[in-house]
Structures are given as structure tokens and as C-alpha cells.
Ligand binder design. Structure first.
Ligand code: ATP
Ligand code: MN
Length: 465
């Protein structure tokens, strides 16, 4: 007999049909005559109720069927008399694959805190909460590929190991096969990386953008979607050391079209979550964040407000004059903190915001320089609860200007000669941005901590599992 997924069984209207279901026991309760087993197989948030007649199975046989056990059940789909479900399974055979000793299995019925569940990340996918989150995570990945594929973007794979450190600024994880217990240095104490695996100092990438630009300048429009790594020692609820980033890059567009693309893209993903992950989103809304669905709908229904960084600073300064307190100072030329970003979004505009034209000193060398000599054509998309969800820019396409800026920022030409050649041969306007996948998931799931939207988070002092 072929196994039926519980999601399909619950939708089935074929009462009287014989089905084979397999899954993990969430709970078993009952009385002298009958046992009710809630069975979940990960295919949906709901469990199906299995009704097991005690006379038929025997009490001893049913005893090891406790929370966490894996079983197979054959039985008849019948209308349910009980509350909370329309159908259930009247079981006639049960096979026990694996038991889960109630004295040692950590996931018992009672509600566990998210902090505790992080310590048992190997088991937390079996909870309703993490089942919902990881199904949404999958769906968002599919939404992202679908969005770009429908618009003619190519999925372009950029390297995970890189020898360029133009963005990293000391936040990179080194990759080496040199023997760290016997590290050879020359007379000046310098490590000879020519003896290393790649013949050069290498690290895990912080962004696929530079290589992404090479793809866009040939294929027209590309996106990357892969893991990125940052050794920033910031223990915040919004930063991971290993996270997934989506980076579209498009030839022949400027900043305005780039902003439009970012808005269309994020809205498409949020709409997908509302339409295709309804049960899981509803569950998270009910359990964790009553305003979740309203917030998602709000983003789908409203245009993002666009203003410059300079205008943003003016608004923040005015707010301070009127008594608003921030932990960090607000000054033209410094990067905005999450509290500032959230003030603009949540309190001032009450809409997602795109800030543009940042001071060049706080942005990367490749961003297009404005005529004022002070700002670059950067754009950050700011979201309620999250702050920055997207960072992007129009790129500097002028060879001389780019070269000068790289020199000012001490980026050696020998490291980026290949990148510079896009501006020497067939240069053209182009733009792109990076969306942190887990930041999007924070928004869509309503979770507060980025550790809870990735199966096995990597953060300072934590790489278990
Ligand atoms: P932040 O200011 O929030 O630290 P950033 O300016 O360093 O972010 P970018 O270099 O612009 O980030 O990266 C693009 C996007 O990647 C960000 O908008 C954010 O969504 C995401 N991102 C950046 N750093 C992290 C991180 N450590 N963990 C998870 N997502 C991140
Ligand atoms: Mn940024």
C-alpha cells in the first residue's frame, strides 16, 4: 500500500477509504476503551487523529506509542465526532518504527521556550512552531526563484571561497590548509600564502556581488542565492555568522528601477507567504505575534516611501528636538542604527522606507558617485520590526572614478583587476541589491530572533549541530 501524506488525508473527502499514514506521535491520550493518537508527518501544521481501539490492539502494545515515537498506521478515513477536526483514522494495524522514551525525550507536550529549543536544534524541527517556520522558509526560497525566473533573470552561482577582501574589512573567515600548529613565516613574520592550497590568502565570501556584476554585464540580469559569511562579532537578534543572501544584479538600469525591483520583489514574497503558507502563517500569528498578518498585508498594500539619507537625518534630528530619545547619536555622516531605521518606519512614516544617497564614507567603493562629491547612489530598504532588510546601489560604471575611489579606500588594483575590466570593456549603467534571506523570514514569520528562522544557526561561540 502506498503511503498518504497527512496533508492529503486531511483534505480528502473519500470517507470509508483505506489509507496508510506514517509519522511521529505528537500526543496520545484516551480512556479505558480507546486511544487517540495525534500523528504529524511534517506535511502540514495539522496532526491527524488516529483512533485506536484498546480491545483490538491491547494496552501493552499501545504503551510504547508515546510522544516522539515513529509509527505507521493503516486504517479507514472516517468523519470525526470530536472537536477540532473533520476526519480521523480508525486504525486497524499499527507498526512501531521507533520509540521515544518519555523519561529522556526532551520534547514533551508542554510548551517549551524558544531559548530552550535552540539548545535542541537537532529536534526542534519536530515542533509545530519550527515545522511552520521551515515550511515557510522553503516556500520563500521557491517564491524567490519563481519571481526572478518569471522576469528572465538567470540564477548565477558565485563562489563561496574567494581571494578578494574588498568588502570584508576584516570580517572574513579564513580558508586554509596550512598547518596551524606549524605555521611557517618569513623573516618579517609574514605568512607565505603561496604555499597554501590556492596559492593565495582565501576566505569565505561576504557577498557574491562583485562576481554577480560580471554575470549581469553578460547575461543582462542575474541573481545569486547562496550562503554568505561574516565574522562580525555582533551578537544581535538580526545577525548570523552564516546567512543566505539573494543578490540580483541588472544591466542597463539605474537607481529608480532598482528601487522598483526591490519593492516588487519583497511584496511578491510576502504575498506568496499570505497566499500559499496560510495555515503556517496563521499558526505563528496566533501563537507569537497577533499583528503578523496585518503587518504582512500592510506591506503588500502600500508603496514604500522614498527619501534621501539627508532627509532622513533631518527627520531624526527634529524628533530628538521634540524629545525623542535614542541610544546612539544622529549625525550626518554616520551610519543609522536599527533604532533610527525603525523610528522612521514605525513611528514617522508608518510604511516601509527606502533611504537613498548615503555619505560615500560609510558605503562601499563600487557605488555610483553623485555630483555633489559627498554622497553615493546607495539604497537601503527599511522594514518594520527589522530595520534594514535590503542594501543596494547603482554601481559606478566610470572606470576613472571607480579607480580613484578604490585607491582612496586602499583597495589594491591587483586584487580587483578583473572587476575593473567590466568598466574598461563595454561598461554600462547597472544596479543591484542584497536581501538577507533570514531578515525576510524574520518579517514573514514574526519571529524576533534570527536564530529561530534558520535550522542550524551559526553565531559567535556557537557552531553545534
Ligand atoms: P547591517 O547594517 O544590518 O549589519 P549590512 O549593512 O552589513 O547590514 P549589507 O552588507 O548591505 O548589510 O548586506 C545586505 C543584506 O544582507 C542586509 O540588508 C541584510 O538583510 C543582510 N545581512 C547583512 N549582514 C547580515 C548578518 N550578519 N546576518 C544576517 N543577515 C545579514
Ligand atoms: Mn547595508
Amino acid at each position: 500500500m502506498i503511503r498518504t501524506k497527512i496533508s492529503d488525508a486531511l483534505k480528502s473527502e473519500q470517507l470509508g477509504e483505506r489509507l496508510l499514514l506514517k509519522g511521529w506521535v505528537r500526543t496520545r491520550r484516551g480512556n479505558k476503551n480507546v486511544s487517540f493518537i495525534a500523528l504529524n508527518d511534517g506535511s502540514c501544521i495539522q496532526s491527524i487523529q488516529i483512533v485506536a481501539d484498546i480491545e483490538h490492539f491491547g494496552e501493552e502494545f499501545l504503551k510504547p506509542i508515546t510522544t516522539g515515537a515513529a509509527i505507521a498506521v493503516e486504517g479507514i478515513l472516517v468523519a470525526s465526532q470530536g472537536k477540532g477536526q473533520t476526519v480521523e483514522i480508525q486504525a486497524d494495524t499499527i507498526e512501531i518504527y521507533g520509540t521515544a522514551d518519555p523519561d529522556t525525550y526532551p520534547l514533551q507536550k508542554k510548551g517549551h521556550t524558544l531559548e530552550f529549543l535552540r539548545e535542541i536544534a537537532h529536534l526542534r524541527p519536530r515542533t509545530n512552531t519550527f515545522g511552520a517556520i521551515f515550511r515557510i522558509r522553503h516556500n520563500m526560497a521557491i517564491a524567490i526563484h519563481t519571481f526572478f525566473h518569471e522576469r528572465g533573470f538567470y540564477y548565477f552561482h558565485t563562489p563561496v571561497i574567494t581571494s578578494s577582501d574588498c568588502e570584508g574589512a576584516g570580517q572574513m573567515f579564513q580558508v586554509t590548509t596550512l598547518n596551524l600548529y606549524d605555521l611557517k613565516k618569513d623573516e618579517y613574520g609574514v605568512i607565505d600564502y603561496e604555499r597554501d592550497f590556492f596559492g593565495a590568502q582565501t576566505a569565505l565570501t561576504v557577498s557574491g556581488q562583485l562576481e554577480g556584476e560580471l554575470g549581469a554585464m553578460a547575461l543582462g540580469a542575474i541573481y545569486t542565492f547562496g550562503p554568505t559569511f561574516r565574522a562580525e562579532n555582533s551578537n544581535t537578534p538580526r545577525h548570523l555568522a552564516e546567512f543566505w543572501m539573494i543578490e540580483p544584479e541588472v544591466a542597463f538600469i539605474e537607481i529608480d528601477e532598482n528601487m522598483q525591483l526591490a519593492q516588487d520583489f519583497v511584496r511578491y514574497c510576502v504575498r506568496w507567504a499570505l497566499e500559499k503558507c496560510t495555515d503556517d502563517v496563521n499558526f505563528l500569528c496566533e501563537m507569537y505575534d497577533k499583528e503578523l498578518i496585518d503587518r504582512l498585508k500592510f506591506v503588500v498594500d502600500n508603496d514604500f516611501v522614498r527619501l534621501t539619507y539627508t532627509q532622513g537625518i533631518e527627520i531624526l534630528k527634529r524628533a530628538i528636538e521634540q524629545g525623542k530619545k535614542f541610544d546612539f547619536p544622529v549625525d550626518w555622516g554616520t551610519d543609522l542604527q536599527s533604532e533610527h531605521e525603525r523610528y522612521l518606519v514605525e513611528e514617522h512614516f508608518k510604511k516601509p522606507v527606502i533611504l537613498t544617497d548615503y555619505p560615500k564614507e560609510i558605503k562601499s567603493f563600487y557605488m555610483k558617485q553623485n555630483d555633489d562629491g559627498k554622497t553615493v547612489r546607495a539604497m537601503d530598504v527599511l522594514f518594520p520590526k527589522i530595520g534594514e532588510i535590503i542594501g543596494g546601489s547603482q554601481r559606478e560604471e566610470d572606470y576613472e572614478k571607480l579607480k580613484r575611489r578604490a585607491e582612496e579606500m586602499n583597495i589594491p588594483q591587483k586584487d580587483i583587476w578583473w572587476y575593473m575590466q567590466t568598466r574598461q570593456f563595454g561598461t554600462a549603467p547597472h544596479a543591484g541589491f542584497g536581501l538577507g534571506f533570514e531578515r525576510l523570514l524574520l518579517f514573514v514569520t514574526g519571529m524576533n530572533n534570527i536564530r529561530d528562522v534558520i535550522p542550524f544557526p551559526r553565531t559567535p561561540k556557537n557552531a553545534t549541530f
